[in-house]
Design a protein around this ligand. Structure first.
Ligand code: NCD
Length: 339
């Protein structure tokens, strides 16, 4: 029996322990889909899912589309540059076009924070039976990426069996451009929600002090935090110091396209202080898995050698895990039909 209560997935601040458990359980099942014979499930046969990416994407969009196809859904995708947006059509009118064609789930990415939530509110007011799944909005949130990170980490710590409990009490370091990262913001909700402690690591210009209080209370508009006791968030400016106490590390891309001013004076210096290399990992007393949501700036956040070392670097595994996680999310929204 599903306890799923969300019509839309906009942000992970409203996810309960049960929600994480349900998503991971389903992703575990979808990951074990047979690799030969019938490689698809008929679960969403004939249902329409639209991916509306108003901002560029490689992994997230292809992963959602593949996930939808593996559940036998029909998929419509949209490219801003070849659409009527170029003729002045608004995102809302674009969305209504796909709703009128019968789409039941809209995966939306937009460069402005809050757009998926506003669209969801509008569609609810109009009593439309359609779910919005946030594929990344501005600096706000990227729930499916944080959930696939959670799936990858819980699989790692649970030795192939992913449950939220395997993260309880672990320390996860997130290093890099936290200020501009919607992935980090979503990671903070999901990791602390599963009882992990998070060390945020980076220079002052990319990691303001108040991030330590990020998950202290739910965002405005949300009455309460469904998680009774979250893991803690601390800030550490030294990567070498953070590495001493960490069980896993998530590196983030320097998002130069979102920096309004030059926040990093020298990329070599950044790599020297915050880039991950085999040499720096030698100081750790245990083997630490390295994650990165991609795209990676090779030689800046991660050395090329490390990126290609699949024994430590789980970047490719994250991409593979994105498919069962997104299958789980699409399935929960389309098949449980909370309208
Ligand atoms: C991230 C994004 O778009 O927020 N990438 C992704 O979805 N895999 C992170 C990034 O762009 O650096």
């Amino acid at each position: 029996m599903s306890n799923w209560k969300h019509k839309h997935i906009i942000d992970l601040s409203s996810f309960s322990a049960e929600d994480y458990k349900e998503v991971l359980q389903l992703a575990n099942r979808f990951k074990k889909l047979p690799q030969a014979g019938a490689r698809k499930l008929p679960a969403l046969q004939g249902r329409l899912i639209a991916t509306l990416f108003f901002e560029p994407s490689t992994r997230t969009r292809s992963s959602f589309e593949l996930a939808a196809k593996k559940l036998s859904a029909d998929v419509q995708s949209f490219s801003p540059s070849s659409s009527s947006l170029t003729k002045g059509e608004t995102p809302l009118d674009t969305v209504m076009t796909y709703v009128s064609m019968g789409a039941e789930v809209l995966v939306i990415r937009h460069s402005s924070a809050g757009v998926p939530a506003q669209l969801a509110k509008y569609l609810d007011q109009k009593n439309k039976k359609v779910s919005i799944l946030n594929g990344g909005d501005g600096l706000h949130s990227h729930p499916s990426q944080a959930l696939l990170d959670l799936f990858t980490l819980t699989n790692y710590f649970g030795n192939g069996q992913s449950t939220p409990g395997s993260l309880y009490g672990k320390t996860i370091t997130i290093v890099g451009d936290i200020l501009h990262s919607r992935v980090a913001r979503s990671n903070l909700w999901s990791l602390t929600g599963c009882g992990a402690n998070v060390i945020l690591c980076g220079p002052q210009s990319l990691l303001p002090e108040d991030f330590a209080k990020f998950a202290d209370k739910p965002p405005s508009g949300q009455k309460e935090d469904p998680i009774k006791r979250r893991g803690q968030i601390t800030i550490c400016r030294s990567l070498m110091e953070a590495l001493k106490n960490t069980d896993a590390l998530i590196a983030l891309r320097l998002q130069k396209e979102r920096m309004s001013e030059n926040l990093i004076s020298n990329l070599d210096l950044y790599h020297h202080e915050y880039g991950i290399t085999h040499q720096k990992l030698e100081s750790c007393t245990k083997k630490i898995p390295i994650l990165h949501p991609g795209p990676v700036n090779r030689g800046i956040e991660l050395s090329s050698e490390l990126l290609e070392d699949n024994a430590i670097c789980l970047v490719n595994e994250q991409v593979s895990n994105g498919i069962p996680i997104r299958m789980a999310l699409l399935y929960l929204l389309a098949a449980t039909n909370i309208n």
